[in-house]
Design a protein around this ligand. Sequence first.
Ligand SMILES: NC(=O)c1ccc[n+]([C@@H]2O[C@H](COP(=O)([O-])OP(=O)(O)OC[C@H]3O[C@@H](n4cnc5c(N)ncnc54)[C@H](OP(=O)(O)O)[C@@H]3O)[C@@H](O)[C@H]2O)c1
Length: 275
Amino acid sequence: MIASGTALVTGASRGLGRAVALELAARGFEVVATMRDPAAGTDLPDLAAVRGGRLRVHPLDVDRPATMVLPDGLRVLVNNAGIECPNLPVEAQPADDWRRVFETNVFGLVELTRRAIPALRAAGDGVVCNVTSSSLLAPVPFYAVYRASKAAVAAVGESLRAELAPLGIRVLEVLPGPIDTDMLAGSARTPEACAFPEYRPAAEALHAGRMALADMITAPAEAARRIADAILDDAAPLRVACDPLGEAMLAGADAAGAESRMAAFIAGLAGRPSD
Ligand SMILES: NC(=O)c1ccc[n+]([C@@H]2O[C@H](COP(=O)([O-])OP(=O)(O)OC[C@H]3O[C@@H](n4cnc5c(N)ncnc54)[C@H](OP(=O)(O)O)[C@@H]3O)[C@@H](O)[C@H]2O)c1
């Protein structure tokens, strides 16, 4: 697609969403950078202007449909806003964690997308870009809530891809690996599951694996460049990576079956070779 018209990005106050908003503005879209607290984006219009881009900030909380005001000329929707919760064993995870994460990561995303589709249809083309996670490609323990929410978005995206293709609207799913944001920094903490003796070995192995990612972390600006490339590429597949580790995981997932991937990951956590 040609970069023109409006692109709306959710969760653009910081992290990946902020970088994507700036990148799409630099590519030529009029960007509506949305966030819960617009004060967090006061510097964004000037930062976009430095690269010749146009960007404005609007309030939007994906948990509050009343804040979902869609701009004229919408051609790109980037569903980036996301949260996680304490990394607990499923048996210890309060139901409220499931509800809170699904409210933001799934229900909010679906509601905004539902409202955006008529605008994209009116434009005659467009892109819905959903940010999920490369953690979907590995059976990461203690991430059931987060991964399940992203899996739900992946399934919605598959159906939408088939549903919207005849209307000229493309659906993308971006599966980031480790991107240098507050969310990633938060994941460096000792997993809450370490407090449960039965689960401590797996939780400690998970933590060691997370700390070993230090050399594989990608800057948000670089990930944003790859996301913008995919948005502009009419031939992009449904699932795309935005960083080297995510790309390797996606390639591995395509090459190996789900069962063998899962067996290898679980064997790795237990410190033994896979079959
Ligand atoms: N960083 C990674 O390594 C990584 C890996 C895989 C997937 N991801 C995914 O990438 C996306 C961006 O993550 P990030 O790393 O940039 O995370 P982050 O630094 O924690 O930023 C999250 C963003 O989402 C916003 N947000 C949270 N709840 C919201 C709501 N109800 N309405 C509107 N915005 C809301 C936050 O706004 P506030 O500032 O108001 O809190 C913030 O702008 C997420 O979907 C995440 O799951 C990230």
